[in-house]
Design a protein around this ligand. Structure first.
Ligand SMILES: *[C@@H]1O[C@H](CO)[C@@H](O)[C@H](O)[C@H]1NC(C)=O
Ligand SMILES: *[C@@H]1O[C@H](CO)[C@@H](O)[C@H](O)[C@H]1NC(C)=O
Length: 285
């Protein structure tokens, strides 16, 4: 399915590598080719022959887009430059999702802030329609000055969230202890920019300043690498560790210095005990 752009001009197939029964294909994206602008009328725009996309939000509406292709396992990279200046009250959501009441979802949400105050990167994983697995982070850079790469690696044994190739979060497959894992419903990629000033910034205390509208976020260099198992998922090609030693060190660095919320340590929310995937055995690798 990730190959559907082959044969169309403008779609570049960067690499096709066959590793035992694991088929990996990377395609560098073109926004005209790979996405539909789904709402917000002309607030969503594609420029530069498909190399750049922008979403904007004003008092009347936000905007959004959705991938044409569906993915079942893969690595998805996108570069984003978030709403600059006073972005309080705005949320830029960038996520993968399947459809229906028992949908699976892998979420990045960027919660805006007053000029100079930090964005929050909010992450969540839904399985079988159930989320409530939030982790939130500050970033180690200003995400509004330059483009940075936000990635999801989705394999049958884990989901990894990365920023500029630095892992923020690993959600392991914990089916063996009864936690459903997204592994059968293909997902599309979505993004939207909307007004969430009832909760986004300092819990809703800071509202959007509409005199600063429109608020605009930019996207470029989308790549989707589909991992497609041609045989069973128990094939040894899937059994690699989530992260190597430097990756685990970086993950610990982010979690130590930049994580500001973890549902797995929120005692008030889970007085009867944390969800099973929070046990130290399954939390890391
Ligand atoms: C996507 O791939 C192209 C070509 O390999 C690369 O130049 C670009 O930086 C990649 N984009 C991301 C977001 O990693
Ligand atoms: C906004 O800035 C305030 C003050 O520094 C901070 O407490 C908050 O976490 C920041 N982010 C959001 C999205 O509220």
């Amino acid at each position: 399915m990730a190959f559907s752009c082959i044969g169309f001009s403008g779609c570049v197939l960067v690499g096709l590598v066959v590793v035992s029964s694991l088929v990996v294909a990377t395609s560098a994206g073109n926004f005209y080719q790979d996405f539909d602008l789904t709402w917000g009328d002309n607030r969503a725009k594609v420029f530069k022959g498909g190399q750049l996309l922008s979403l904007s939000l004003d008092r009347v509406s936000g905007s959004g887009f959705r991938s044409k292709n569906e993915y079942l396992f893969g690595r998805i990279d996108m570069q984003l430059k978030l709403v600059a200046g006073n972005s309080a009250g705005t949320v830029t959501a960038y996520y993968l999702s399947s459809q229906g009441p028992t949908h699976d979802e892998i979420d990045f949400e960027f919660l805006g802030n007053l000029s100079g105050d930090p964005y929050i990167v909010h992450t969540n994983v839904f399985t079988q329609g159930k989320g409530n697995r939030e982790q939130q982070f500050y970033l180690w850079f200003d995400p509004t000055r330059n483009f940075h790469t936000y990635s999801v690696i989705w394999k049958p044994q884990h989901i990894i969230f990365l920023v500029d190739n630095i892992p923020l979060r690993v959600f392991k497959n914990a089916e063996s202890i009864g936690v459903p894992f997204p592994k059968s419903q293909p997902m599309k990629i979505y993004s939207s920019l909307w007004n969430a000033d009832d909760w986004a910034t300092r819990g809703g205390l800071v509202k959007a300043d509409w005199t600063k509208a429109p608020f605009t976020a930019y996207y470029r260099n989308f790549n989707a690498t589909a991992f497609k198992s041609t045989s069973s998922l128990s094939d040894s090609a899937w059994k690699t560790n989530a992260l190597d030693a430097p990756g685990r060190r970086r993950l610990r660095w982010v979690q130590k210095y930049f994580m500001i919320y973890n549902y797995c340590t929120d005692l008030k929310r889970f007085p009867q005990g944390f969800p099973p995937e929070c046990s130290s055995r399954s939390r890391f690798l």
